[in-house]
Write a protein that binds this ligand. Structure first.
Ligand code: 13P
Length: 340
């Protein structure tokens, strides 16, 4: 790996006007998404769906990189080109999800621990050989009665830092994703508290593990009230709470923060990102790495029918263009009228 390559890849992923597509749904998750449109999750259905996303004309104007699942990294387009090559030929950087999912944390009811460190060094070397230039690991933190515990935060932060150090050794930019979930009736204040505690611990572990901050990206949740909280928050409140929380916990050396959408509607996720960028110049790029908020409208339009592919591609391009505008704080509801 050339010196400075990690930083240069990290910076390209958060280039102004662009963001990341998370298309790394594991087998059970993509099955759940396909079920919403009544489509069986066969290998060919998964392949055609991902091909639709990756070959949408003009998408590279708004999408800098794509996170893939192991199966997709090894699949090919209809013309026989491996997907990582399809992406890089269009100027999009291929990435790979490398965690093996979150499992119940023994002794800590209601909390989870992400697995996948065993054998990770060898897997990372193989992924780099297959064309991946960045990776993702997601930790899950739940808010509830008496949780998150400090131990759950610590255990997950430690694993995130071990993963990040191994990625940098292998020449892959780690996306460090500690997600505080939106599930539950908690207030926005509790979300801010849990997010700040989590990020504080994550950056302390990253420092202990000698992770180079310039060569990584952070993928956090936005600061939001729980889905069942009776007091929902307005856009300005979400934007200011999120930026405040991040400025207190994320060092300026980190090139970019790429939010997950976490179950927000596609339009809310765009509005929130735009409002944060409109708050002014931040020490890091504020961008997106959305899964559902980019793909939900595409799936609903496609419905598994080849005849709907052009319309589904238009829906994807529209959502990506709106998020591209949000990168400059320039998204307006008016843009929705010209989409789809
Ligand atoms: P959502 O945007 O649907 O939350 O997915 C992003 C992601 O990659 C979660 O790990």
């Amino acid at each position: 790996m050339a010196p400075g390559e990690l930083e240069s890849v990290a910076r390209s992923l958060v280039e102004p006007g662009k963001g990341i597509l998370a298309a790394d749904e594991s087998a059970p998750t993509i099955e759940k998404r396909f079920r919403t449109i009544g489509l069986p999750s066969t290998e060919e259905n998964r392949r055609s769906y991902r091909e639709l996303l990756f070959t949408t004309p003009g998408i590279q104007e708004f999408i800098s990189g794509v996170i893939l699942f192991d199966e997709t990294l090894r699949q090919k387009s209809r013309n026989g080109a491996p997907f990582p090559e399809v992406l890089s030929r269009q100027g999009m950087i291929p990435g790979i999800k490398v965690d093996l999912g979150a499992r119940p944390l023994a002794g800590f009811p209601g909390e989870k621990m992400t697995e996948g460190l065993d054998g990770l060094r060898e897997r990372l070397a193989e992924y780099r050989g297959l064309g991946a230039r960045f990776a993702k690991w997601r930790a899950v933190i739940e808010i509830g009665e008496g949780i998150p515990t400090a131990y759950c935060i610590e255990a997950n932060a430690h694993a995130l830092a071990r993963y990040a150090a191994l990625c940098q050794e292998a020449g892959l930019v780690p996306i460090v994703e500690p997600e505080v979930l939106m599930d539950g009736p908690h207030t926005i204040g509790r979300c801010e508290e849990a997010t700040a505690a989590t990020l504080g611990r994550v950056f302390s572990e990253l420092a202990s593990h000698r992770v180079e901050l310039e060569g990584m990206l952070l993928k956090p949740n936005m600061v939001l009230p729980g889905k069942e909280c009776p007091e929902q928050a307005g856009t300005a409140e979400v934007a200011s709470a999120t930026v405040r929380c991040l400025s207190r916990t994320v060092p300026a050396a980190v090139p970019g923060i790429v939010f997950l959408s976490g179950g927000q509607t596609a339009e809310r996720a765009t509005e929130h990102l735009s409002a944060m960028n409109a708050l002014g110049k931040h020490p890091w790029e504020l961008s997106f790495s959305y899964g559902r908020a980019l793909q939900d409208p595409v799936l609903k339009t496609w419905k598994g029918d080849a005849a709907n592919v052009p319309a589904a591609m238009r829906a994807f391009l529209h959502r990506s263009r709106c998020n591209g505008a949000a990168r400059y704080g320039r998204y307006t509801k008016e843009m929705e009228k010209h989409g789809g």
